[in-house]
Design a protein around this ligand. Structure first.
Ligand code: GLY
Length: 569
């Protein structure tokens, strides 16, 4: 039950429980619409990757074939995050309604240990988990896409990779945004990878970067499958390279890596069924928690991005992130009380302390008390294919260009995913997330993620495929994009482009994107005790999503914040 202070919510926020429309609204404003297609669509961070994914679909391949091609094409066209040296998660919904997901998250090397980033006084050594060979987790990408292809693919593996090899050989034209990103990271890349590395060069917008070494690596992977990366010549060369750089990944680490099929998180929100990624990503559980806490509020009656709306979302986010950081970790290593965390009555009790007149302090919000019952169970791109399958895939190197360690002889960057573990309880990682025991480092363990590849169903049919990059902000960006469509009736492109904000419990402040929020609204929030991050706040997320319109056509939402592009037919 809500406590007495929350009784006023029904007046102030138009609190409703069941008496609202469960119909998805759909904006008809064609001027703001994204790309519309009849049959199939791929939306990703780069036009080259979306186009290659679409080419595979047009060749008769399905979304799973297109996934392998798009993922690898992103490693060529978008080395900032696209990768062979990282990992990711994919959530799928087949045309017949079956859902599932695969975890190809990186793992801690077998020689890793919980204090590996601490000095002799027990303090975190700055940079050790974020830059260079020790920051690298055992990559999962090739295992993931190969496993997906083995299970669901229809075109031959080698055929799918051909256009990507072609792209790597012919090169990719540098965009303005890419030139800026490379310039911003060049110093660190040189520090880690040396003066002779490919990205030591100062690339300008309009230059073409060719990747002959990557083309060779891809050729071997096309011929030999995932074994090439984990047991073959590529594995040998990768391990020799890493060990020369002071890394601890061995041939045994690579040979024993396996992607895992996992049961996705599934929950209802106002007549929609939402399917998202389960641990070791925190995305699905945290999204379910936030949406469960929001469900009793009539958000549609609030002005979009108004102080009231920001307040309710912030308070739900605060409470969900406090739980996230305490309870979540790799389910193969720790017991994660998923069912209790997303239980609607637990979530209602979490919001009982919500006061519409003032901010809750994060220092007053710990993780919720659950009675744990022992039990013996335990860069984003979106694709919809011409058969009606929907795939939501988020993949990462973690930081920009990962560990900044570029393997010139193989043509790809390596991740710095080890930073997603809690190096030390209570000390924030590069996203300011404070971790706990559940996410401590252990050999062979997967580090907790925020990646939230998500699919939304309505009336038993596919409605939306959505996801984004953005570290700890991923979950709240996916949340806001879904709410923009289902509560505010925005079309897909509007929902993606709308200004975003973010709160994650600690640090106890709200981040706003630089544009789209008024100073008068900020003043209202400040008067209630909300702390606003007044320092530099960058854009939040780059959402790439697809909406199935009422007439069955597809609308792409390719985030204007990046070079993101929808391709469809
Ligand atoms: N490396 C970001 C995440 O997995 O959430």
């Amino acid at each position: 039950m809500f406590n007495s202070s929350s009784t006023s919510l029904s007046f102030v926020f138009g609190l409703t429980f069941l008496f609202f429309s469960c119909q998805s609204k759909e904006s008809n404003d064609s001027s703001t619409r994204g790309l519309i297609a009849d049959k199939a669509m791929v939306v990703s961070a780069r036009v080259e990757a979306s186009a290659i994914g679409l080419q595979i679909l047009k060749q008769g391949g399905n979304a799973f074939d297109a996934m392998a091609a798009t993922e690898l094409a992103l490693a060529v066209a978008f080395p900032f995050a696209g990768n062979l040296g990282g990992g990711g998660f994919m959530v799928y919904r087949l045309a017949d309604g079956q859902v599932g997901s695969i975890d190809y998250r990186e793992k801690a090397p077998l020689a890793a240990h919980r204090d590996m980033y601490l000095d002799e006084d027990g303090n975190v050594i700055p940079g050790l988990s974020t830059k260079g060979a020790l920051a690298v987790g055992v990559p999962g990408t090739i295992a993931g896409i190969y496993e997906v292809h083995q299970k669901f693919g229809t075109l031959p593996w080698s055929e799918i990779i051909q256009p990507v090899i072609h792209l790597a050989e012919n090169g990719v034209v540098v965009t303005e945004k890419q030139a800026q990103r490379l310039a911003n990271n060049r110093k660190d890349i040189i520090e880690v990878s040396g003066e002779q590395t490919l990205f030591a060069r100062e690339f300008q917008a309009g230059d073409t970067i060719k990747y002959p070494a990557l083309a060779e690596t891809l050729r071997r992977i096309a011929a030999n499958g995932a074994d090439e990366f984990y047991k073959g010549e590529t594995a040998q060369r990768l391990v020799a390279f890493l060990q020369a750089k002071g890394g601890i990944i061995t041939l045994e680490d690579l040979a024993s890596y396996q992607a895992q099929w996992r049961e996705p998180i599934r929950f209802d929100y106002r007549g929609h069924s939402i399917i998202s990624m389960a641990p070791p990503s925190s995305g699905g559980v945290t999204l379910a928690q936030i949406m469960g806490m929001l469900e009793p509020f009539n958000l549609a009656a609030m002005r979009h991005n108004s102080p009231n709306y920001i307040q309710v979302l912030t308070e739900a986010e605060r409470r969900a992130y406090a739980d996230r950081n305490y309870y979540l970790g790799d389910p193969d290593f720790v017991e994660v009380p998923i069912n209790q965390l997303i239980d609607k009555s637990y979530l209602k009790s979490r919001m009982a302390s919500f006061d519409p007149d003032k901010a809750t302090l994060s220092s007053d919000v710990g993780h919720g008390e659950l009675s744990i019952i022992e039990s013996d169970e335990t860069t984003h791109y979106s694709i919809v294919d011409q058969f009606g399958n929907g795939l939501s895939i988020t993949t990462t190197l973690n930081g920009a260009y990962g560990s900044k360690l570029y393997v010139d002889e193989l043509g790809f960057f390596l991740n710095n995913e080890m930073d997603d573990f809690s190096s030390k309880t209570g000390v924030p990682n590069m996203f300011g997330l404070i971790g706990a025991e559940a996410n401590a480092i252990a050999p062979g363990k997967r580090m907790l993620s925020s990646m939230t590849p998500t699919i939304v169903e309505k009336d038993g049919k596919l409605l939306m495929v959505v996801g984004t990059p953005g570290g700890s902000t991923i979950i709240t960006s996916v949340l806001q994009t879904i709410l923009n469509v289902v509560e505010f009736g925005m079309n897909m492109q509007e929902a993606v482009d709308a200004p975003r904000f973010h709160h994650q419990w600690l640090p106890d402040h709200i981040n706003f994107e630089p544009e789209g929020f008024s100073s008068s609204d900020m003043e209202i929030l400040k008067a209630k005790g909300y702390k606003i991050n007044e320092g530099y706040t960058p854009i939040i997320g780059k959402v790439d999503a697809i909406l199935v319109l009422k007439n069955g056509r597809l609308e792409g939402g390719a985030d204007k914040r990046g070079d993101d592009t929808a391709e469809g037919y």
